[in-house]
Design a protein around this ligand. Structure first.
Ligand code: ATP
Ligand code: ATP
Ligand code: MG
Ligand code: MG
Length: 259
């Protein structure tokens, strides 16, 4: 484009390149989703289709932005981890964040009807986002553990809360009963009052959702004798596993390995 005398205005733009050699985490969160979930009559405490829609949008993010190496989602939020060496948009914070948030929001609208064929969208789903750089694997894993602990605490509380409400308590009474209770007391309440073993609740609710790539042997073709020919391929996997303990990371050492 030809230079004009107005070109100087570009010099007012901030340089917002993120710190090099750090894991970039983008966390997006649905704006006013408490209301959004009421308007669309999400099942309480967990609407499985709403979670699956979030997962589907996150999988689309994986396809769209190849530098994403891991994603973790719960409720109306999703965290995306970009590899340490990523040069995506020269690591410009505003570009990375705005692209992620707008791509996720549009995908949510596009896919809505696949997950809620009987319900039309009543209001605009939109998301806020932030971007954070983590300098070590240890801190990055602590970040992901923080989100998964949050998932556990909220889910356990909400499961108790809605069971009490369904059993005839008012929301206020349910709140009072749960006030100050510890994890073990909540598990006991679920078991003794409602016969629910918390560990039997689906993992998607208890653990949230993880997305990553894994080496799998895939059948690529069959030879003349009809024998399948397998080749190792990287495949995107969606799972609801524990990411706090070391097991997952020991089993998947390449996820955070920057090549
Ligand atoms: P903010 O704009 O500050 O993020 P918010 O209303 O979105 O406000 P959050 O703390 O993000 O508040 O919580 C999201 C809320 O959305 C939950 O408390 C819950 O009411 C609702 N929600 C999100 N996903 C689901 C789901 N799958 N099933 C049922 N409810 C959900
Ligand atoms: P980037 O991702 O870097 O923004 P871009 O392809 O979006 O790349 P822009 O500089 O934003 O490039 O230019 C937008 C382009 O989109 C225009 O060059 C034009 O080709 C096309 N475009 C946008 N709006 C219209 C329109 N109303 N009619 C025809 N073409 C349009
Ligand atoms: Mg929210
Ligand atoms: Mg939230």
């Amino acid at each position: 484009m030809a230079n004009s005398r107005y070109e100087y205005v570009k010099s007012f733009e901030a340089h917002d390149a993120l710190l090099p050699s750090t894991w970039i985490v983008i966390r997006i969160d649905g704006c006013h989703f408490h209301r959004f979930s009421d308007v669309h009559e999400f099942e309480k405490p967990n609407d499985e289709n709403a979670l699956k829609l979030m997962n589907s949008c996150a999988l689309a993010m994986f396809e769209q932005f190849p530098d994403i190496v891991f994603a973790y989602g719960v409720s109306d939020e999703y965290s995306f981890v970009l590899k340490k060496s990523s040069k995506f948009y020269e690591r410009r914070s505003s570009k990375i964040l705005s692209l992620s948030v707008s791509f996720f929001s549009s995908t949510y609208v596009m896919k809505w009807k696949d997950y809620f064929p009987e319900k039309s969208l009543q209001c605009t789903p939109y998301f806020d986002g932030r971007v954070i750089c983590y300098p070590s694997q240890e801190i990055l894993r602590d970040y992901l553990s923080w989100r998964q602990v949050d998932c556990h605490i909220n889910n356990q509380y909400n499961t108790c809360f809605w069971m009490l409400v369904d059993s005839g308590k008012s929301k206020r009474e349910a709140q009072d009963i749960l006030k100050g209770t510890q994890t073990s007391e909540k598990n006991e309440l679920l078991y003794e009052k409602f016969g629910i073993n918390y560990n039997m609740i689906p993992a998607i609710f208890r653990k949230g959702s993880c997305i990553y790539r894994e080496m799998v042997d895939e059948i690529v073709k069959y030879n003349e004798a009809g024998t399948p020919i397998r080749r190792p391929r990287k495949k995107v996997v969606l799972d609801h596993c524990d990411i706090i303990g070391p097991e997952f990371w020991n089993e998947h050492p390449t996820i955070l390995l920057d090549k």
